[in-house]
Design a protein around this ligand. Sequence first.
Ligand code: TNX
Length: 522
Amino acid sequence: MKKLCLVMLTIGLFSCQSNPTTGPADLTRNTIIPKPVSVTSADGTFILTSRSDIFVAEGSPEEVAVIGNYLAERLNPSTGLGLRVITDGRKPGKGDILLAINEGDTELGEEGYELVITGKVMTLTAVRPAGLFRGIQTIRQLLPPAIESATIQPGPWVIPAGTIRDWPEYGHRGEMLDVARHFFGPEDVKRFIDHLALYKMNVFHLHLSDDQGWRIEIKSWPNLTAHGGKTEVGGGEGGFFTQEEYSDIVKYAEERYITIIPEIDMPGHTNAALSSYPELNSDGKAKEPYTGTKVGFSSLDTRSEITYKFVDDVVREIAALTPGQYFHIGGDESHSTKIDDYIYFVNRVQDIVESHGKSVTGWDEIAHATLKPDVVVQYWARPANAVKGIAQGAKVLMSPCQHAYTDMKYDSTTVLGLSWAAYIEVDDAYNWDPATLVPEIKRENIVGVQAPLWAETISTFDEAEYLIFPRLPGYAEIGWTPAEMRSWDEYRVRLAAHGKRMETLGIGFYRSPLIDWDQPGL
Ligand code: TNX
């Protein structure tokens, strides 16, 4: 009898806990990252079975069916359940998922969603398709990690009943990838975009040019890639995106409701361009290609008209392929450009960018210039620069190098990465609030959070993923979840549950000793 009681007690204890292979037993004990704004539980469980399908509500825009297909593609390989997307107006039954637009639920905003789970149907609604897409990431994370497998897994595929209402704190949540110091091709970039999607990020910033390489085809200046694309740090062969490949990346991101921000770094960080065209140099001589890792030695000739013809052509061609509002002009570490020349340059380039229908964003140094009203200053180093920007009415994107630089080592033993800004362990990456980090930068000045990955020390995408994970989910949560709902002690338990998920996705992440990877769940 005693034994039976003990067994029952044990079952009772476990039944309210999250199980690493079957998912949470109570919806409020989920391990979703970023943490949702509101979760309530109800009686019952929703189960995906061989009778399950994905229903698109009657009258939905075409996009909703596309999102339904994306969901089916996430769920079918691992469940083997063959979920179909039903668009003929039939009503969902037991075990089905329903996707619907509800324009009236304005509290959810542009990217928010509501997920109502009952023992019968799971209903995902949003004001906009983007919200449905974000909500699908919640569905993925409510299912066990095996859902991410490329091969059929046993299941069961069970989600506890309840309601999630959720929307982001900041409108800009992203990562940057430096493809200039080492080149990463379209397949790597798409994989990175998929990682952003899983954690509900919505911006992907591509650092497309630097001293060591020029990575995007410009048809009017072909040597940029024919010559300037053929180098990288350490002397490797480099590479570049054709315009077709770039457009394909833009489309891939768009299908995931992620905006690409292209960056052409100038007037510094331009040796690859200066080595490709002698006429861009004041002495008329092409520079030697550069494969080291120093910064601050190169500059476009800011007082030469051909420089502005060059910038105009480059911005025009890239802007034409980029649907997003912003064009990133770099502007960092122009140590060999005189300050007056720098200001003159940034002012003229702002006009060029606007003439091609885009708004300017740039590293915090650009605040020395006279900024246009819609400029976003990307804060990475100097509070004084951000303050200058704010004083001119600019908004700030938070990428503080001591917390958000994904190329920083985790600790002194990390082989990859740099350490000039800080060692950034997983808790340092998570434990900061954009709205209070720098007293002069207030919540109302901030558009969001972006974590850059500079690529001086990484040459394969496995190495990139080691630096990205497990810090990326933390940046995603900082951007999505209100600061007062976040705590490291609670987050680290949820993050542990993502270890298995990252493993299933083939991500060779850093096994931080701060996380109990072997005891996932709440
Ligand atoms: C500073 S951050 C840079 C980059 C380097 C990075 C290395 C910034 C705007 N400029 O050029 O790659 O440090 O951590």
